[in-house]
Design a binder for this molecule. Sequence first.
Ligand code: PGA
Length: 250
Amino acid sequence: MRRPLIAANWKMNKSISEAKEFTLRFLPSVSGIRDADIVIAPPFTSLFAVADKLAGTNVELSAQNAFYEEKGAFTGELSPLMVKDAGCNYVIIGHSERRQYFQETDEIINKKIRACQKHGLNVIFCIGESLAERESDRTNDVLQRQILNGLNEVDAQQLIVAYEPVWAIGTGRTATPAQAQEAHQFIRAQLAKIYGVHADSIRIVYGGSVTPENVDSLMACPDIDGSLVGGASLNPESFERIVKFKRRTT
Ligand code: PGA
């Protein structure tokens, strides 16, 4: 049985005081939850402040990105060591917004994943097809390419895959549970080609317009092991409801 992982991706939202306020409101509401990993990914400026509030709780901290070098002349970048130092034990790598707006290629993403794993960070590796790719029946080809290139020489330990169809991100248009399950099953089969039986223990989480209203039906799917939540994670009550999704009975 894979342990569910529910992660909040705040993207470029919240000031330091807003991040602290969210955390103080959210923490007591989920303090009793022991059967899922709960993760918050604030913007870089709030990492340290949020880490301080999360210390000793059941909620963990993630960065939204990290560069692959350890240190040096890379103006504007942060290394895996730095995000770890700020209190993160997770990092999101390869988000479609990084691929689209910051020209991150599969090769760059692969280097980032390996560097982050080397420094003990759990990597949430994002993949997903665009609308044009889905409509031209290229979803599986795209997922396969992203997996093969992104995971070249990557360890199955400390790896979480996030399936985030680009057409569902921030659009209010969620993949149906059937569409998501089909993609997750395909992803798991690709992971099995690389990792053999270990693919069974890799968590594959869904992201793309997850809300309190649709989380239960998505989480009921056998290959959906959690969710990466953008918009609906900005409000503590809405993210609380998502973390408290209806547990499977089997
Ligand atoms: P969304 O974003 O929930 O706002 O669609 C998800 C994500 O991009 O991780």
